[in-house]
Ligand binder design. Structure first.
Ligand code: PXP
Length: 241
């Protein structure tokens, strides 16, 4: 089975635009589960631009499938993850100025720090995956630092125009190497209904994490109903009800 992890960060992005309590990422997560999500993914960023600590706490209590916490490899986040105890953690690189996670983690450059953080979380019973570019050296080092699995960055494949087949091949051979080394293989970033099939067909893939395209589609699918409800209220007001 191929699991679908639904990333609800951007429900919180819309909420934070007004700093009030709707739309609620927890409510979105429960609806995602109703729709068949096999897990809920969130990224607690250093600048707290979307998901807040309170969201993680509530999701931990209410999500029945599993919670996957994406996080930077910092002492603060390792401490918080130890407190929240998500089922899974995924270490990602994080830069304040980026719009979204832009590249994979450089496991080779930060191997000592990552090895230590992996150990700390795994001692707390959390499975740790590393979000990396589909490259041989990064996969080999992910195994060496003791990760449970890797999430292969599919962004280059998704953004590719002329060379999409080549980018797909990179993800495919990375997936096959990672599995041979005993790592669980996940994928994510930039996936949508138009580009997901070739990635979903890779036999080694166990889980895909998809956020932006699902939230974007949810807004469009729900827009008609939302306007209809408001319009009905306005009409009712003028009918003296
Ligand atoms: N996986 C990781 C590690 C990510 O950082 C993100 C973006 O938060 C995703 C998956 C989901 O990407 P998208 O929102 O483009 O579907």
């Amino acid at each position: 089975m191929l699991r679908l992890g639904v990333n609800v960060d951007h429900v919180a992005t819309v909420r934070q635009a007004r700093r009030i309590d709707i739309p609620d990422p927890v409510e979105a997560a429960l609806l995602a589960e109703k729709g068949g999500a096999d897990g809920i993914t969130i990224h607690l960023r250093e600048d707290r631009r979307h998901i807040q600590e309170r969201d993680v706490e509530l999701l931990r209590e209410r999500v029945r499938s599993k919670v996957n916490l994406e996080m930077a490899v910092t002492p603060e986040m390792v401490r918080l993850a130890g407190r929240f105890r998500p089922d899974d953690a995924c270490f990602v690189p994080e830069r304040r100025e980026e719009l979204t996670t832009e590249g994979g983690l450089d496991v080779i450059a930060h191997k000592d720090k990552i090895r230590e953080a992996v150990k700390q979380l795994q001692n707390r019973g959390i499975r740790v995956n590393l979000f990396i570019d589909p490259e041989r050296d990064q996969i080999e080092m992910s195994r060496e630092v003791g990760a449970h699995g890797v999430e292969l960055h599919t962004g280059c494949y998704c953004n590719a125009l002329a060379n999409q087949a080549e980018e797909l091949e990179k993800v495919a051979s990375a997936a096959s190497l990672a599995q041979r080394l005993g790592l669980e293989v996940h994928g994510g970033h930039g996936l949508n209904c138009e580009n997901v099939l070739p990635i979903a067909r890779l036999p080694e893939m166990v889980e895909l994490n998809i956020g932006h395209s699902i939230v974007a589609r949810a807004i469009m699918v729900g827009m008609e109903q939302s306007v209809r409800e408001m319009k009905a209220l306005l009409t009712k007001a003028r009918q003296g009800k």
